[in-house]
Design a protein around this ligand. Structure first.
Ligand code: NAD
Ligand code: AHE
Ligand code: ZN
Length: 376
């Protein structure tokens, strides 16, 4: 199949707000500095549902969604040196070229090499590798893992230890890494720090794991779904608060400030709700507390607070892919999984075959799903 199109199944999002449809798609061969991957497993992240719903300003259709995938390299284009056919890989929605201003800054994991075309749903040369029913389909987040075969830029893929199960390593492509890195790399939580995590999905529970790894003091999980209480404690949270169950005259900000003798050292928004983001900032300790925005909010949504909150030393920051540099740091994270330092398997609550991928979206909205993994 080297140099030839592959015909396979993919879940196509023809338009916003509609279920995905399973179609036969044509996947063109990789061009220079591109690779074609046989995707074995993909997770379904809240962000896939967000873009499918139509509220993502970058959302464009028809598209093959999915950005949390693991698979095996089928073929590579000219000039590819970082991976070869047969390598077990994870697709990276945050590329790492090691040459751009961002990569060389030492200050961020964001990479400028392919981000502009990625946001348009195209490969770096401005074209698509997917065809279906005579139409061109767009790529998504540089990954499009809801296809049995996909093409990505060579800077958007990393080879990892092949002994790790791909049904687990796929979650290192987004959910786990995003939360774990937000605590350990972006915030750099220190021993004894009090932290609060708003939203106990895969991302929030992975922040909990990062906080435990760094020996945080209080690890307070805040969620409006009581079913998340046991999940929070399972991964090492010390407290759980449901804001809907507080007395009428006590806000979640009051409660957290009271629990932490003045406010948290770090808070994390893992909900995407801009009102929650404000509470997360205001629950930070005066003088130094830092709130990290991880959640993704719809087009038109804005955050606000009194500037006085910042004047008095609270910091508002954000984190993408947990601050992880994918090609440099994901192989180590896979080793951490193999050695038992991090727990991924426990977060897989639902499994489906590609034909039933829409069920994974229903699971997500059902309230007792942490992650659904799709066997491609
Ligand atoms: P999820 O839907 O599995 O979990 C969200 C959790 O938030 C749920 O447990 C829900 O009950 C809880 N929640 C909702 N409203 C709440 C409120 N008002 N107060 C407290 N808890 C509330 O989602 P996920 O897959 O874990 O993703 C979390 C967020 O992070 C999403 O917005 C997603 O788009 C975003 N995300 C960002 C990045 C990044 O790199 N920045 C990466 C992955 C996901
Ligand atoms: N397209 C949206 C932004 C979406 C967004 O913020 N994406 C996160 C990753 S979510 C993964 O589940 C991210 O890393 N953003 C950095 C980037 O470069 O996209 C919009 O609002 O336009
Ligand atoms: Zn994601």
């Amino acid at each position: 199949t080297v140099g030839k199109s592959i015909f396979c199944k993919a879940a196509v999002a023809w338009e916003a707000g509609k279920e995905l449809s399973i179609e036969e798609v044509e996947v063109l061969p990789p061009r220079a500095h591109e690779v074609r991957i046989k995707i074995h497993y993909t997770g379904v992240c809240h962000t896939d549902a967000y873009t499918l719903s139509g509220v993502d300003p970058e959302g464009a259709f028809p598209v093959i969604l999915g950005h949390e995938g693991a698979g095996i390299i089928e073929s590579v284009g000219e000039g590819v040196t970082n991976v070869k056919p047969g390598d077990h890989v994870i697709a990276l929605y945050t590329a790492e070229c090691r040459k751009c201003k961002f990569c060389k800054s030492g200050k961020t994991n964001l990479c400028g090499s392919v981000r502009a075309t990625q946001g348009l749903g195209l490969m770096p040369d401005g074209t698509s590798r997917f065809r279906c029913k005579g139409k061109e389909l767009l790529h998504f987040m540089g990954c499009s893992t809801f296809s049995q075969y996909t093409v990505v830029a060579d800077v958007s893929v990393v080879a990892v230890n092949p002994t790790a199960g791909m049904d687990k390593t796929c979650l290192l492509g987004c959910g786990f890494t995003t939360g774990y890195g937000a605590a350990t790399i972006t915030a750099k939580v220190e021993a004894g720090d009090n932290v609060a995590i708003f939203g106990a999905g895969c991302v929030g529970l992975s922040v909990v794991q990062g906080a435990v790894t760094n020996k945080a003091g209080k690890i307070i999980v805040v969620d409006i779904n009581n079913k998340k209480k046991d999940w929070a404690f399972k991964f090492g949270a010390t407290d759980f608060v449901n804001p809907l169950e507080l007395p009428k005259d006590v806000t979640i900000v009051d409660k957290l400030i009271e629990m932490t003798d003045g406010g948290c050292d770090y808070t994390f928004d893992c909900t995407g709700n801009v009102k929650v983001m404000r509470n997360a900032l205001e629950a930070c300790h005066k003088g130094w507390g830092t709130s990290i925005v991880i959640g993704v909010a719809a087009a038109g949504e804005e955050i606000s607070t009194r500037p006085f909150q910042l004047v008095t030393g609270r910091n508002w920051r954000g984190s993408a892919f947990g601050g992880f540099k994918g090609r440099t740091q994901l192989p180590g994270l896979v080793e951490d999984y193999i050695s038992g330092k991090i727990q991924i398997e426990d977060m897989i609550t639902h499994r489906h075959q590609l034909d039933q991928i829409n069920d994974a979206f229903h699971d997500m909205h059902g309230g007792d799903c942490i992650r659904a993994v799709v066997d491609m």
